[in-house]
Design a protein around this ligand. Sequence first.
Ligand code: MLT
Length: 405
Amino acid sequence: MFKANDNYLKLPGSYLFSTVARKQREYVAAHPDCNIIRLSIGDVTQPLAPAIIEALHKAVDEMAVAETFRGYAPDLGYDFLRSAIVENDYKARGVDIATDEVFVSDGAKSDSANIQEIFAADSKIAVCDPVYPVYVDSNVMAGRTGTYDSTTGLWSDVIYMPCSAANKFAPELPKETPDIIYLCFPNNPTGATVKKEKLQEFVDYANKVGAVIVYDAAYEAYISEDDVPHSIYECDGAKTCAIELKSFSKNAGFTGTRLGYVIVPKELKDAEGTSLNALWARRHGTKFNGAPYIVQRAGEAVYSEAGKAQTREQIAYYMNNAKVISEGLKAAGYTVSGGVNAPYIWLKTPEGMTSWEFFDYLLDKANVVGTPGSGFGPSGEGYFRLTAFGTYESTVEAIERIKKL
Ligand code: MLT
């Protein structure tokens, strides 16, 4: 009889956002007249910008004509998009990345889950705590994380870098030497960022101990302060130790359209001198047939003058929501962080409630859905995440309801 991959059976419960969605559904079923405001999953609410829609229409029309019809996309991405990425996301910031170091994908979630495949099965991972759950779960599926302690919420073979109010939610270097270090800045879930100096410390450390950093920069477009790096390659020596993940979901509203990319520098080699760039290309070639042509054209339009201006406006819109949440909660007496360089607001739950107790309380008393901090890891217990990706009107309404509690 066949057997399932029992690594999957080690995963505790369902995926965080599935659990949140299920609880919301159950509540609505029991209270059909309630008026729910969802500030839980970081899903955008503003429609795609006009320049992107125009590019999509044009690309769809091309698909209707024999001469311009496209079949399989190049598995690593069309050159027009890879070049636009290099020019705008890197060269414009003084970072030299080659087009064949850019791997276009259908989004950063799958990249952040899949990237672990190119590392040895016994690689030791280090993660921030709290952490975007995909990094840990994908390594659980790969059998790298040891056993789960349901009392502490920790995996025996994972190195945790706790992020708390005491360190301003910025991790210290790991206490044990890891092989793979996952970092995400601006951070999901805390909304914290690190200055360049701090990131440089991690880069220097990784180069020294021979670790690789998987750097998730999905929220980079939300950085408003100077001296906060937009890319890890702004740090010296990052090309020999870091892979960077980027998404079009949060900066340009592609959560439903799906587009992302990974940078794997050619200088990045393992202990035996194996090129990770070549391995990721091999992996893409086998498991991926390229992001759709029309979506890649839409991605290219994000970098047009009109696209840049329009997406900047959307980011400003969401950051205004972040301000509404942050200031509103502070006025109501909450302890709040994040929301300055990121679309996430991280708040301390009131009166010693656990994260899930506060989730239930907010859902029931204010009909507002957020994300329990403990879902991101044990150091998230007693915290709660709200997203700024709602509409302005629903964000204002949610905060008004919370203030009245
Ligand atoms: C989140 O809410 O943490 C994100 O939207 C999840 C994701 O990007 O996959």
